[in-house]
Design a protein around this ligand. Structure first.
Ligand SMILES: [Zn+2]
Length: 164
């Protein structure tokens, strides 16, 4: 999916987790948002990858797009790393990454941004390169932009409004 959709889905997770972590609302929500786009550090074309392009090029050369950063191992490793500093913030980062993996598992695309044709993420990498998921939504397609994105924004906005 596109970065904006990933961020909107991360915001849904972020506002719900922020509500469950009084006093840590802001860092928890921020971690969920970061987690929602962190796996795409594996492509210099993504929101995060454009800003950190020396790093994203290195990750792209090493793993390819939708490679190791789109796996359960990456989710657990990144979340655990942050959980050492703050368990709720680490969990929020993991939840954000989980929204990313789930969204990519059901979306597919073509072109230079994709090193493989079709949907899915290598959930069990490095044990298996096999992609988990199915072709449901085209990346940047009508369903993503007219259904998933507005729905996630409304959900996050409504849940966030209750926090204020
Ligand atoms: Zn991705």
């Amino acid at each position: 999916m596109m970065g904006r959709t990933h961020l909107a889905l991360g915001a849904v997770a972020g506002v719900h987790l922020a509500a469950a972590a009084p006093g840590l609302g802001l860092p928890v929500a921020a971690a969920a948002l970061l987690g929602s786009i962190l796996p795409d550090l594996d492509t210099p074309y993504s929101k995060l990858g454009r800003r950190l392009w020396p790093l994203s090029r290195l990750v792209y050369w090493s793993f390819g797009h939708r490679g190791g950063t789109h796996s359960a191992v990456f989710l657990v490793f990144a979340a655990a790393l942050l959980a050492v500093a703050s368990p709720p913030v680490g969990i929020a980062l993991g939840a954000g990454i989980a929204t990313h993996l789930a969204a990519d598992a059901v979306s597919y695309g073509y072109g230079q941004r994709f090193t493989f044709r079709g949907a899915g993420v290598p959930l069990f990498w490095p044990l298996s390169e096999r992609k988990a998921g199915f072709r449901l939504l085209k990346v940047n397609g009508l369903a993503e932009n007219l259904v998933v994105l507005p729905w996630a924004l409304l959900w996050a906005g409504q849940a966030g409004w209750r926090l204020i």
